[in-house]
Ligand binder design. Structure first.
Ligand code: RIB
Ligand code: CA
Length: 311
């Protein structure tokens, strides 16, 4: 494969939108998935790992799946059963598992993949940052092997799980603090962006009309995800996690500003809040590209054309 592919680790908690992000990343020729690691978040790590195995098996992906943290660094786990269901991927009949997770935990596999890679990797994080935080705490020497972290999480104002915090950050604020204060280049897809990454019912029908097994499964996942969000007053299903992948392959459809991000870890009601300071002038401490807007139609077209390449 051409050396200009982007080697990535996808750290996720499938999760309907994580699943769509995995389909997309797998289908993009410019992305080379080296590892899929799972973490507790949308559901328990047992369920997010089983879901990752289902997707990897369905797509016949070559990348290993490694199970990660079963709970946040210091806090009790919160899950999002009300959004993703009891299985974490409720809705369609789910694919059987043909590929097992490796024995090694996600941390060990992340270390292995980073050490063995011929060039620095991008970490795509679409869940609580527990695995990534642990990696940076235990192996800070490997920061030189990480090109950037593209993460879905946080917000500039307001939350989706507490009044001020977005779910991925709220699950593990301390891990998020480790990541945002690491000094590594970060691309942040906050709620202000991902709430514009909406797929509507007509977009879902466009995907279903592709007619392939992949398109039918994605449409089935989106049917469920849309129903949950319709009840919450959304105009479409927000594909939060797709943003963290799509920005790697089509940065031109996103607009953002540089900034610094701090994470509230000692609040009474505000834990998990991301305090985002956007900067207008060059600032060496502004290690985060905060994505603020996207071209929704182009993103949906990109998702559809990408899904058309899968069987
Ligand atoms: O707040 C949205 C994020 O939380 C998404 O990554 C979703 O999959 C859940 O993990
Ligand atoms: Ca997720």
């Amino acid at each position: 494969m051409s050396s200009n592919r982007i080697p990535v680790i996808v750290d996720c908690d499938p999760g309907h939108d994580d699943a769509v992000a995995l389909f997309f990343a797998h289908a993009r020729k410019e992305i080379d998935i080296r590892l899929v690691s799972t973490v507790a978040g949308n559901q328990t790590v047992e369920k997010t790992t089983l879901n990752a195995q289902r997707i990897i098996s369905f797509l016949k992906m070559k990348a290993p799946v490694a199970r990660g943290a079963s709970k946040p660094l210091f806090r009790d786990l919160i899950t999002a059963e009300s959004v993703h269901g009891e299985s974490g991927l409720d809705g369609p009949v789910l694919p059987d598992v043909h590929i097992s997770a490796v024995e090694q935990p996600a941390f060990s596999m992340m270390v292995k993949v980073l050490e063995e890679s011929e060039k620095p990797l991008t970490i795509v994080a679409t869940a609580a940052l527990t695995n990534v935080g642990l990696l940076l705490l235990l192996r800070p020497d490997l920061k030189s092997r990480i090109e950037r972290i593209s993460l879905m999480g946080g917000s500039l104002s307001g939350g989706n799980w507490s009044p001020s915090a977005e779910f991925n950050i709220l699950v593990d604020p301390e891990a998020a603090h480790v990541v945002f204060s690491s000094g590594l280049p970060i691309i942040m897809s906050p709620l202000e962006l991902t709430h514009r990454a909406l797929v509507t019912t007509s977009d879902i029908e466009r995907i279903r009309s592709i007619g392939s097994r992949s398109a039918l499964l994605v449409a089935g996942l989106l049917d469920y995800f849309w129903k949950v969000h319709e009840r919450a007053g959304f105009l479409g299903a927000p594909l939060h996690d797709l943003c963290a992948v799509a920005v790697l392959t089509a940065p031109e459809i996103f607009q953002g500003k540089r900034g610094r991000v701090q994470v509230e870890c000692e609040g009474v009601y505000s834990n998990g809040t991301t305090v985002v300071s956007l900067v207008d002038f060059p600032d060496p401490d502004a290690n985060v590209e905060v994505l603020l807007d996207l071209d929704r139609e182009v993103l949906v077209d990109l998702l559809v054309t990408t899904l058309e390449t899968l069987d």
